[in-house]
Design a binder for this molecule. Structure first.
Ligand SMILES: Cc1cc2nc3c(=O)[nH]c(=O)nc-3n(C[C@H](O)[C@H](O)[C@H](O)COP(=O)(O)OP(=O)(O)OC[C@H]3O[C@@H](n4cnc5c(N)ncnc54)[C@H](O)[C@@H]3O)c2cc1C
Ligand code: FES
Length: 287
């Protein structure tokens, strides 16, 4: 009897170590180094993720890497991710085209508590490749069926040079939306750049905030977190009102191998999205 129930359970439960062979339905170059991949799971099943979660992407014979999901869970049938060409797996992914297949495990980790943001003003501080993971939440809050549930949505987006901007078409529509406050900056201007110049934290002092009702979400290169947190604190935000999405070297993605561990915290399980108030004393969490 017992062995039957184990067998039955094995047949119905998803094995978290086995990638699902999934289709690339769109491959779109976003910048010199970054490409968007739209992925369809077998049968068009929804991934069922929370904004901020990640998947483990694999290619047979090459390897596996954690990649953030950049589309909203409210977009049905497929999901999206943006990959930077930096190493073995990501370079191999960049050689693929629509119609090719990749392996997907997940979604893994802990993302943003979307319902906990109801009624709140949300500020996004996205630098460089920090935009894709935050875009999943931005597009959830901006979704026509949900927009009325949240307060102000403020997106701050910075890159080193204008050539590094991604999601150009989508961001054009952000510029004209009345229900979104959207500000961009670059560290170094190009000759035709007329916008704000300076690192992303220089956008924060100008913001007028309803401090008690505001939550901030930060994602970007490790060096930026400390300064973004300081700038938000100087506007009056408490550490508990700040969320950070962290990256660590990962292997299993499911709390078994210890690769992502900071002291007793497994980033792949308890993160990558953390409340800053919860991890501020965790050595090495923020540079
Ligand atoms: C939660 C999470 C979400 C992520 N989301 C995204 C995303 O949305 N998009 C994206 O592009 N990336 C994302 N990443 C990063 C991505 O997983 C890594 O860049 C990954 O290493 C790429 O795999 P690769 O095989 O292409 O690169 P690798 O061949 O692993 O090389 C990647 C870089 O790391 C260096 N490196 C590799 N191994 C080591 C080592 N042992 N010690 C020191 N340096 C090393 C390499 O020199 C290279 O610069 C995410 C990571 C995490 C943890
Ligand atoms: S990646 Fe293996 S424990 Fe987190």
């Amino acid at each position: 009897m017992a062995s039957t129930s184990v067998a039955a359970r094995a047949a119905t439960e998803k094995n978290i170590y086995v990638p699902e062979v999934s289709d690339l339905v769109r491959v779109e170059k976003m910048s010199a180094l970054e490409t968007l991949f739209e992925v369809r799971l077998p049968g068009g099943r929804d991934l069922g993720h929370q904004p901020g979660q990640f998947v483990q992407v694999s290619l047979m014979g090459i390897g596996e890497a954690p990649i953030s999901i950049c589309s909203s869970p409210l977009a049905k049938g497929t999901f999206e991710m943006v990959v930077r060409d930096v190493g073995n797996l990501s370079s191999a992914l960049h050689r693929l085209k629509a119609g090719d297949r990749i392996g997907i495990r997940g979604p893994f980790g802990k993302g943003f508590d979307v319902e906990g943001l109801q009624g709140k003003d949300v500020i996004f501080v996205a630098a460089g490749l920090g935009l894709p993971p935050l875009r999943s939440l931005i597009n959830t809050l901006l979704h026509p069926g949900r927009r009325g549930d949240f307060g102000r949505v403020v997106v701050l987006y910075g890159v080193k040079h204008p050539s590094e901007f991604i999601f150009r078409d989508e961001r054009k529509s952000w510029e004209t939306r009345k229900d979104l406050e959207y500000h961009v900056t670059v560290d170094r201007a190009a000759p035709d750049w007329n916008g704000h110049l300076g690192v992303i934290t220089t956008l924060i002092p100008e913001l007028k905030l309803d401090v008690p009702n505001t939550v901030a979400a930060i994602c970007g290169p490790p060096v930026m977190y400390k300064f973004a947190i300081l700038a938000l604190r100087s506007k009056g935000l408490r550490d508990e009102q700040i969320y950070v999405s962290l990256e660590r070297k990962m292997k299993c993605g499911v709390g078994k191998c210890g690769h992502c561990q900071i002291n007793n915290v497994y980033v792949c399980q308890e993160g990558p999205v953390f409340n800053y108030g919860r991890i501020k004393d965790l050595k090495e969490a923020i540079q």
